[in-house]
Ligand binder design. Structure first.
Ligand code: ZN
Length: 326
């Protein structure tokens, strides 16, 4: 249900980081119809026990930006380098340098930019069914887009790259499931496996939703406990919930975006139909940063400055989660 046409130019091969595999199909599968179908089919009743998130790492304390050259060299083949902006003029303050630039040294974060800009040209490949433990599901989906044709795949990749720049500057090793460097996918089961393969401490999947045009706001998707077939995510349910609460808090603080008013409950949903969560063995959540089918959300999500705020919220939540655990 995606109709992207005019996409920003790709980054040069030099700037294109290496990658890995990783995550799943969220709510934003394919626009409104996708939303309808998924919502109605989803066994996932909202489980929104609100909670007070644990201490946040650096709320509102965005460190000064530094030149893009400050990123540490990748320490592993899977490590990625901070990305340059995909669109001319939308210069992300490449990397932030927290008071302690080594806050996250030794920690590995798996970021999963939802979908893939190339999926629309590879429907046969992404429609292949894969095992997610309690069901079989499409390998991947195209994602949604705004009325003006800005795709969810491009949005997710841009925000993920911005978050990577921030986290890398804090010392983390950041691994991507895809970095716009493969023609399609990866499949949702591979996206889940990527976190384990990278020995990641935590994983997060970035998406934009394709809900009803009248609805707006963001929400975080938490894993329901799934022990079925090859899935057993029981060990990650609780820590993922902690991550989700931090993400809800930090994302809202950074962007001012309200909780979704058309789905979830108080910005939280719990689902058992997402391969990226069912099959994950490390703490993981999804964020639907906004509803791309809503004009107000679409306007924000199309704005590079807003995307930088979104990335900041995501990076701060991951930092808070990791520092609270250490
Ligand atoms: Zn999506």
């Amino acid at each position: 249900m995606t109709g992207p046409t005019n996409r920003p130019p790709r980054r040069s091969a030099l700037l294109r980081a290496t990658t890995v595999v990783g995550a799943a199909v969220p709510l934003c599968l394919a626009g409104w119809l996708g939303w309808q179908a998924v919502s109605h089919d989803s066994p996932a009743g909202a489980t929104a026990a609100a909670g007070t998130a644990a201490a946040s790492a650096t709320p509102g304390a965005a460190p000064p930006s530094t030149p893009a050259t400050t990123a540490p060299a990748p320490s592993t083949p899977a490590a990625t380098t901070p990305a340059a902006p995909a669109t001319p003029g939308d210069t992300p303050p490449a990397a932030t340098t927290p008071a302690a630039g080594t806050t996250l040294t030794g920690r590995t974060i798996l970021l999963d930019p939802g979908h893939n800009p190339g999926n629309t040209a590879h429907t046969a490949e992404i429609n292949r069914q894969v095992d997610i433990g309690n069901a079989r599901k499409e390998c991947d989906t195209t994602g949604t887009d705004t009325n003006s044709g800005y795709t969810e795949a491009d949005y997710s990749l841009d925000v993920s790259r911005r978050a990577r720049a921030i986290l890398t500057a804090r010392g983390a090793t950041v691994v991507f499931t895809q970095d716009g460097d493969r023609p399609w996918g990866p499949c949702i089961d591979e996206r889940a496996k990527a976190a384990a393969d990278a020995h990641a401490d935590v994983a997060l999947s970035v998406h934009g939703d394709g809900g009803p045009a009248g609805g707006s706001g963001f929400h975080v998707i938490l894993p329901a406990k799934v022990v079925a077939g090859k899935a057993d995510n029981s060990a990650i349910v609780e820590p993922s919930r902690r991550l989700g609460l931090l993400l809800r808090e930090q994302f809202r603080a950074a962007t001012g975006e309200p909780y979704a008013d058309y789905t979830a409950s108080d910005g939280l949903d719990t689902r058992s139909d997402l391969g990226g969560l069912n099959l994950s063995t490390v703490p993981k959540v999804f964020i639907e940063c906004g509803n791309m089918r809503n004009s107000a959300d679409a306007k924000r999500m199309t704005d590079p400055q807003w995307r930088q705020k979104a990335a900041q919220g995501i990076a701060d939540a991951l930092t808070a989660f990791l520092t609270a655990r250490s």
